[in-house]
Design a protein. Structure first.
Length: 209
C-alpha cells in the first residue's frame, strides 16, 4: 500500500481520530507558525502543503490569513471540502510536483516534510515560490537537525529559526500542564534537553532573496 493509499483510508474523520484535542492543537500550531521567524500581517497567503483534512485552515482564517491547501490524497481533499466547503482553495496534487500559480507569503508543511523523495529539490521549489518563510515541524529523535539545516541552506534558505513545541498530539493535557509546557518551550537549554526525550521542533526557514 502506498503512503497516499494509507492516508486515503484514514481521511474520514481524520482530525478526530489523529488528534486528542484537534481544535486546540491546530490553534497552538497556528500560534507557533505565525510567531516563529519573521512576522506576516493578516491578509497574507499561507500555503499548507500536505494539508490533510486542512485542520489548519480554521485558526488561520480566524486570524485573517488567506489559506490554500494541497494534498496528494484525494480522500483527504474530499474530507477538507466536506469540513470547509468553498471557504478555502484546495488542490489534489503531490507536494513534490505542485507549484502555486503565484508566489505565496508563507508555506507550511506539518508532519509531512519527509514525504518528498528528493528533500533538497523539494526545499528548493518551496524557496522559489515562498516570499517570507517556510515553516515545518520535525522530531529531532528521528531526523537530524544538522542535516535538515544543511539541506535548507543548500536549497537557498538564508536564515533558520527553531522553536521547541511540547503540546502532545495524541493526549489531551489539562490547563495547568499546558501552561507549564508553554513555559518549557521558552526555556532555552532546558527545552533543548527535554527534546532529547519528548516534543518536536518547529523550523522557520527564510529564503535568501
Ligand atoms: C501525517 S498527515 C499530516 C496532515 C496535516 N499536515 C496535519 O498536520 O494534520 C500527512 C499528509 O501528507 C499527505 N502526503 C503524503 N505524501 C504526500 C505527497 N508526496 N504529496 C502530497 N501529500 C502527501 C498525506 O495524504 C497526508 O494527508
Amino acid at each position: 500500500m502506498s503512503i497516499i493509499e494509507k492516508f486515503d483510508g484514514l481521511a474520514r474523520g481524520y482530525s478526530e481520530h489523529d488528534y486528542a484535542d484537534p481544535a486546540r492543537y491546530a490553534e497552538r500550531r497556528a500560534d507557533v507558525v505565525l510567531s516563529t521567524g519573521p512576522a506576516v500581517a493578516p491578509g497574507a497567503t499561507i500555503l499548507d502543503l500536505a494539508c490533510g483534512d486542512a485542520n489548519m485552515a480554521e485558526p488561520l482564517l480566524a486570524r485573517g490569513y488567506e489559506y490554500v491547501g494541497v494534498d496528494g490524497s484525494g480522500e483527504m481533499i474530499a474530507e477538507a471540502k466536506r469540513r470547509l466547503g468553498d471557504r478555502v482553495a484546495l488542490t489534489h496534487e503531490l507536494i513534490d510536483r505542485y507549484t502555486p500559480e503565484a508566489e505565496v507569503d508563507v508555506t507550511v508543511c506539518l508532519r509531512a516534510f519527509y514525504y518528498p523523495a528528493d528533500r533538497v529539490a523539494f526545499f528548493r521549489d518551496v524557496a522559489r515560490y515562498t516570499r517570507c518563510k517556510f515553516v515545518f515541524d520535525f522530531d529531532p529523535r528521528v531526523y537530524s537537525r544538522a542535516e535538515i539545516e544543511r539541506d535548507l541552506r543548500e536549497a537557498g534558505f538564508a536564515k533558520i529559526v527553531l522553536q521547541p513545541f511540547f503540546l502532545p498530539q495524541r493526549v489531551s493535557v489539562p490547563g495547568p500542564l499546558r501552561v507549564a509546557l508553554t513555559l518549557l518551550e521558552r526555556s532555552g537549554p532546558l527545552a533543548r534537553l527535554a527534546l532529547r526525550v519528548r516534543g518536536i521542533w518547529f523550523c522557520a526557514a527564510v529564503p535568501s532573496r
